[in-house]
Structure formats: C-alpha cells, structure tokens
Design a protein. Structure first.
Length: 319
C-alpha cells in the first residue's frame, strides 16, 4: 500500500508542513550528536560504527514499529505509520520558501535582496554573481533539494516497501544525506569536532546510497522534460566528467529544460552535431521564466511517481 502512504504524506506535507526546528528533526539531530560524541574515536572502524548507529538505529526502529503494527492491528495502522514517517522525511516546504523568496525578489528586479537571500540559504559568497548566474544557481540548488528531500526519498521508500520493509527506506535515505551535511557543518564551525574518518565514511556511504536514486530522478526528468536533450546531456557528462551523482543529475536537468547551468559551463553539454560539420551551440542562459519551468518539471516527476505506484498497487490488487 505504498501508494496510499505516499499520497497521504504528500497531501499532509502540503497542508501542514513541518516547521524549521520541529521536535522530530531536533530529536534526530540530538541522536546524531550523541552518537558522534560517544562513539567517534577518529578511526575508520569507529567512523562506520558512528554512521551505522546514527543512520541504522532509527531506520530499524521505524521498521520494527511497522512490523509490530502489522502483527497487532493489521495493515491500516501500518500504512498510517508509513505515511507519518514518510511525512517526516519529505521536505518540499522545507526549502521551497527559499526558492519563492528569491524568485519574488528577482521578479521585481531587486537583485541585491535576491543575492542576499541566496547567500543566506547556501552560506556562499554571491557578490560577484550576475543575474543569470543567480537564477542558474537557484535552479541547481532547488533541483538538488527536491531530489534529496522528495524524489530520492520516494525512490528508497518505494523499493524497500515493495519488499515489506515499510518506511525504513525513507528514513535510511534521509538520514544518510543528513549526517553528511550535519557532520560537515559541525566540523567547519568547530561546534562539535568530527573526525576526518567519520566524514569520509559518511560521504562514501552517501555516494553509494544515492547512486540509483540520482539516476532514477535524472531519468524521470528526461521522461517529463526534453527526453533527447536530457539523455544527451547525461551521456556527455559521463563521457567528459565521470559519473558523479550530483553532476549527472544537473546535466540531465539542463537538457530536460534546455538551459545552461553554471556548474556545467566548463563542459560542452549544449553541442549538436550536423551532418555537414560539427558545430557547438550553447544552450540559452537561465532566465526568470525558467524557474517556473523547473518547478513544473519537478512536480511532473512527482506525479509520475504517484501514478507509477498507483499502477503497481492496482496490479497487485488485481493479481
């Protein structure tokens, strides 16, 4: 019943999104902080122990509750539990207000405000960025956020739920991403020093965990966007720069929307080959209207996920 859980969670997240600093996320951060303070001894083995404790224990607890509810009460409460856990893991509204504020500032040509809002969001120096650069960066950050907070979560949730593991996939994916970001921030600010071994292990694990979801999201953008350009951008990125998850996803996004993104400007991802001669044609630079195009792209990908889950659910019921 993954479809019911996803539909309920997305509806609830849109109606009553979790606010910043909510109790659920605060409890998770406290748990990760406790694991780090008590288990991180600086060795690679200890790093894996801290990561496994921080990510694995909450994931297993969500799975244990799911199984107990199935045994004691049947599937309705188990589906409700999955929906609530998924609701806590999803995060459309946790980043969309940044996007909205920056878009509104650019819409009235208030570039200083947009630049300041973008700097506050990403903690980056944006003073030298042009208007086009800012729009391109907003698109990049928003696409990555939508993948990590929504589409990647749905991918892991759907796959593991199909094997009877309930909401464990959603928790596992979100925490795998959160600990990388949290430990990097703590190390940079020196609030709670984190060993290099722990950060390296967490990044390695995240790269592996996000390998499949990144490609699923990229393929989804290709299906609901400009398929040929998205796949071409994906292929050229792999040929020229390897197969980094984030870069591959951005390359597919740039093709799906047919724009040039700042992170990819050093690559010739906008070239086309003619029969007579090879000539490079740069894709258009991002403009304000492209922000709405990207929002539509993400929502179409989400709807595609929901429809796919609905069809799979219907097939299981009929079968």
């Amino acid at each position: 019943m993954s479809f019911i859980s996803v539909l309920f969670a997305l509806s609830l997240e849109q109606a009553r999104p979790l606010g910043r600093g909510n109790l659920i996320h605060a409890a998770i951060r406290a748990w990760v902080r406790w694991c780090t303070a008590n288990l991180d001894a600086g060795k690679p083995l200890h790093g894996w122990l801290v990561w496994g404790c921080s990510v694995g224990v909450p994931s297993l607890l969500s799975l244990l509750v799911y199984w107990l509810l199935i045994v004691w009460t049947g599937w309705p409460l188990a589906v409700l539990w999955s929906a609530l856990v998924l609701y806590a893991c999803l995060g459309f509204r946790q980043f969309s207000f940044h996007f909205t504020q920056i878009r509104d500032a650019l819409a009235v040509d208030d570039e200083p405000l947009a630049r300041r809002l973008l700097a506050d969001w990403q903690k980056m120096d944006t003073q030298t960025w042009s208007r086009s650069d800012m729009i391109g960066r907003v698109i990049e950050f928003s696409v990555m956020a939508s993948h990590r907070h929504v589409l990647g979560v749905l991918a892991w949730f759907s796959v593991l739920a199909a094997f009877g593991l309930g909401p464990a996939g959603a928790v596992f994916y979100r925490l795998s991403e959160l600990v990388v970001r949290y430990w990097r921030h703590q190390s940079e600010t020196n609030h709670h020093p984190v060993s290099a071994a722990l950060q390296s292990n967490a990044q390695t694990a995240w790269t592996l965990i996000d390998w499949l979801p990144a490609r699923v999201t990229a393929l989804g953008f290709a299906v609901v966007g400009n398929f040929e350009e998205a796949i071409d951008g994906w292929r050229q990125y792999v040929d020229q720069s390897g197969d980094q998850n984030d870069g591959l996803l951005l390359a597919a996004t740039a093709g799906a929307v047919n724009i040039s993104l700042p992170s990819l400007n050093g690559m010739d991802l906008g070239s086309t080959e003619s029969a007579d001669a090879a000539r490079s044609t740069r894709r258009p630079m991002p403009e304000l209207a492209h922000l709405a195009v990207v929002v539509g792209l993400v929502w179409r990908a989400v709807v595609m996920w929901i429809l796919l889950l609905a069809l799979l659910t219907l097939a299981r019921l009929l079968g």
